[in-house]
Design a protein. Structure first.
Length: 253
């Protein structure tokens, strides 16, 4: 069925449009509610006049909406709610709550369907929400959601310098290098001296209780103690003389 729309209808068209809709939708919804009239010969003749009336009504409605928008634009709404870790709310702030709080602030009713909120607010923060009062008229309000008890002060984080990274290629052991140098060039190391090791420096005498290198050498190369080299006369009776005396006995014979 063809009808002339008298109001803007989502999904159908704007006021003054001639549209073709299903018969049941026209008879049960559009015509009884005064949203449209049947597009018959009589109504079509008066369509231009109706369009002028519709245009005038639209202009008046838009002007009224702009006046309302001036009172809404820039309004700030604050909500407090219980929040958990990460600022997530245990509940939410809905479009109905925003419409109610805004109405109490501006002094006139706000339809919750005019609040342009895709989904309820579920986290602490600041949000900008548009109120769609009329076509192309949508003032914005600032919505702030705070945790109950306010924000806690965040302690200042002190940065601790990281320890230097050990690199064996650049590491330097002064004591070890000094000892290596002393061994390579025959120079006594001071630490060895303190421990009593190593040869004494030139002009210094060996300390008491320490044997000089010459004495140690003579002790190794010298004669063995008497008990280690028994004399021939101490040989037991009846024992043969040493083998080296045998040639002398043969010559006497």
């Amino acid at each position: 069925m063809k009808v002339i729309l008298l109001e803007d209808i989502l999904g159908a068209g704007k006021a003054g449009d001639v549209v073709d809709v299903k018969n049941g939708y026209a008879r049960n919804k559009l015509l009884p509610s005064g949203l449209a009239i049947e597009a018959n010969a009589v109504n079509m003749k008066t369509l231009e006049h109706r369009r002028m009336k519709i245009a005038a009504k639209k202009a008046a409605d838009k002007e009224a909406a702009e006046l309302v928008a001036k009172q809404i634009e820039g309004q700030a709404l604050t909500f407090t709610a219980k929040a958990g870790e990460g600022g997530k709310l245990f509940g939410s702030v809905t479009a109905a709550e925003i419409a109610e709080a805004l109405a109490a602030q501006v002094g006139f009713e706000i339809d919750k369907k005019k609040v342009d909120l895709d989904s309820p607010i579920k986290a602490i923060g600041e949000y900008e929400v548009a109120i769609k009062i009329y076509t192309e008229v949508a003032p914005v309000v600032k919505v702030t959601v705070e945790p109950e008890g306010g924000f806690e002060a965040v302690p200042e984080v002190v940065e601790i310098a990281a320890p230097p990274v050990y690199d064996p290629r650049t590491a330097y052991d002064r004591d070890e290098d000094d000892r290596d140098y002393a061994r390579d060039y025959g120079i006594e190391d001071e630490d060895d001296r303190r421990r009593g090791g190593g040869a004494p420096a030139a002009g210094e005498e060996a300390s008491e209780g320490e044997a000089a290198p010459e004495e140690e050498a003579s002790a190794v190369e010298g004669d063995a103690p008497e008990e280690e080299a028994p004399a021939a006369e101490d040989a037991a009776p009846g024992e043969d003389a040493p083998a080296e005396d045998a040639p002398a006995a043969e010559e006497e014979e």
